[in-house]
Design a protein around this ligand. Structure first.
Ligand code: IMP
Ligand code: MG
Length: 175
């Protein structure tokens, strides 16, 4: 049987998202922000974050798939669903669930940069710095976490547990 050990409680996550939202609102004062959510993992974080941002916000969604198995990304990504709107001239903030090896984000950010946004920043709920293979400049980080496979708040294990309101680690119970 699988069990989930809680790493970050719902209260801790919500409190931190509120803080990041306030920071972003200050940094973008007088501007409007175009949030880009990377589906599906980023969706819970982006919705919570958007509610905590006090400057005007627009949102768009992108779905990418990374080749390779579910726990190790290759970095080569395929666009499953592209953005609906152009980002040229926009203040773009990419919202991600987690930066692990950095391969996916590195590739994605390079691709978005080619579309000439006014600015391009990255906000991630979780960061596993120990796992980094490719350098990625993260502008806003919720939590730096140790090298453990986590689920919840959008993150899945074989498509399960995305809906958990906290961040947890999957553990196998021996029967
Ligand atoms: P990267 O290209 O290695 O940085 O991989 C990033 C992607 O891998 C994330 O957007 C997640 O979809 C997935 N991923 C990395 N670590 C975890 C984890 O601990 N739990 C769930 N998904 C993860
Ligand atoms: Mg992701």
């Amino acid at each position: 049987m699988e069990r989930i050990r809680i790493m970050l409680t719902e209260e801790e996550v919500d409190k931190r998202i509120k803080e990041i939202g306030e920071q972003i609102s200050k940094d973008y004062a007088g501007k409007k922000i175009h949030l880009i959510c990377v589906l599906k993992g980023g969706v819970f974080f982006m919705c919570e974050l958007a509610k905590r941002i006090s400057v005007p916000v627009s949102m768009d969604f992108m779905s990418i798939s990374s080749y390779g198995n579910s726990t190790e990304s290759s970095g080569i990504i395929k666009i499953i669903k592209d953005l609906d709107e152009s980002i040229t001239g926009e203040e773009v903030l990419v919202v991600e669930d987690i930066v692990d090896s950095g391969r996916t984000l590195n590739y994605l950010l390079e691709m978005l940069k080619d579309r000439k946004p006014a600015s391009l920043r990255l906000c991630t709920l979780l960061d596993k710095p120990e796992r980094r293979v490719v350098e990625v400049n993260v502008d806003y980080t919720g939590f730096q976490i140790p090298d453990e496979f986590v689920v919840g708040y959008g993150l899945d294990y074989a498509q399960k547990y995305r809906n958990l309101p906290y961040i947890g680690v999957v553990e196998q119970d021996e029967e």
